[in-house]
Write a protein that binds this ligand. Structure first.
Ligand code: NAD
Ligand code: TYD
Length: 353
């Protein structure tokens, strides 16, 4: 399917969004890709330097809560598909400032839905609103079960509650206004261009700088990690071949306890930095647990594999090596994002721990 399309990608300057934008711009030269992003602390146009001059790419700095600005983009570029990633995405920040999450994740998503509904009124055929969501909407697992698409929503943090709410609004617009939509709920991503407030890039950056490695609680919480480029590939597959009104879970079949993951990262970094084995692990510091910390997330990604033929492409150990290599080769990127606003946040957040 390579007919001309005008696709709006929101949050394209962020971690996952930049991988999705790069994939669509390079793989589909006939598509026009418009990246709309407010450039919050998490948005970084340096992520897209390699494709920023591509003829089929355009960037618009705007807030998804600004209905007029979004409507102008729909009109100017005749948008016929949306891949919506813009969000506040960090659980710890949602604990400090829940309203920022309600604003962008709920109000912003509904604003975008409204604009799409109006722009596509009477001509829904061939249109698609793709909402990118998280497995965290299903809550916290305390046994060995897996999240299915049918698992009842049970969000436990302000972040996951705001994402769950946005998922519900997308489905409500599908039901009420017949807006053609798909939703996907993905597990934790890792890879290049990941803002170093999240576990993996934060640990890599701190190991590099010989700073303490803050492990929350006992480090026994479990996450299912997926390489970000595999998520971008899944989004591509679902955008093109997913069935309207359906939800697809995306995951890596790759569960790790935080403490085991941090030890693995330490040993990879020891090797890459020429340190003695066990040197970096001495930096591990147990700190106060996150409030309401979800114990375990784990995805059953059987539906997308059976119905759309997608599955993860690389093993975690290989993806993690590649990720570490990227950060070590891009220390300038790391240094840029760890200065300024982020540094201020970092100091405030960890001073209390
Ligand atoms: P991110 O925080 O790295 O990037 C978010 C982007 O959205 C930034 O570029 C930011 O500037 C932009 N943005 C924020 N508020 C905005 C607003 N009001 N208007 C316009 N742009 C705004 O996030 P990410 O990790 O790349 O996550 C992207 C999406 O994927 C989110 O919807 C998130 O919930 C979902 N998700 C993330 C993960 C993960 O592991 N990171 C896993 C599953 C799902
Ligand atoms: P994070 O990357 O924030 O993703 P999420 O909370 O959305 O899963 O955190 C991943 C796990 O790592 C989570 O269990 C919290 C834990 N964690 C730490 O132990 N230390 C840290 O400094 C951070 C940021 C996270």
């Amino acid at each position: 399917m390579t007919s001309k399309r005008n696709i709006l990608i929101t949050g394209g300057a962020g971690f996952i969004g930049s991988h999705v934008v790069r994939r669509f711009v390079t793989k589909y030269p006939d598509y026009r890709i418009i990246n709309l992003d407010a450039l919050t602390y998490a948005g970084n146009l340096e992520n897209l330097r390699d494709i920023e001059n591509a003829p089929n790419y355009g960037f618009v700095k705007a807030d998804i809560c600004d209905g007029e600005a979004v409507a102008n983009v729909f009109k100017e570029f005749a948008i016929d598909g949306v891949i919506h990633l813009a969000a506040e995405s960090h659980v710890d920040r949602s604990i400090t400032d829940p309203l920022a999450f309600v604003r962008t994740n709920v109000f912003g998503t509904v604003t975008l839905l409204n604009v799409a509904k109006e722009a596509w009124k009477g001509a829904m055929e061939g249109k698609r609103f793709y909402h990118v969501s998280t497995d965290e909407v299903y809550g916290s697992l305390h046994d060995d079960s897996l999240f299915l698409e049918t698992t009842p929503y049970d969000p436990q943090s302000p972040y996951s509650a705001s994402k769950a709410s946005s998922d519900h609004f997308v489905r409500a617009y599908g039901n009420t206004y017949k807006l053609p939509f798909v939703v996907s709920n993905c597990s934790n991503n890792y890879g290049s261009h990941h803002f170093p407030e999240k576990l993996i890039p934060l640990m890599i950056n701190n190991i590099r700088n010989n700073k303490p490695l803050p492990v929350y609680g006992k480090g026994e919480n479990v996450r299912d990690w997926l390489w970000v480029e595999d998520h971008a590939a899944a989004i591509d597959t679902i955008f093109h071949n997913g069935v309207n009104g359906e939800t697809y879970n995306i995951g890596g079949h790759n569960e790790w306890k935080n403490i085991d993951l941090v030890h693995l990262l330490c040993s990879i970094m020891d090797r890459k930095l020429g340190r003695a084995e066990g040197e970096s692990a001495k930096l591990i510091t147990y700190v106060t647990d996150r409030a309401g910390h979800d114990l375990r997330y784990a995805i059953d990604a059987g539906k997308i594999e059976r119905e759309l033929g997608w599955k993860p492409s690389i093993r975690f150990e290989e993806g993690l090596e590649r990720t570490v290599d990227w950060y070590l080769a891009n220390t300038e990127w790391l240094d840029h994002v760890t200065s300024g606003t982020y540094q201020q946040y970092y100091n405030e957040h960890y001073a209390q721990r």
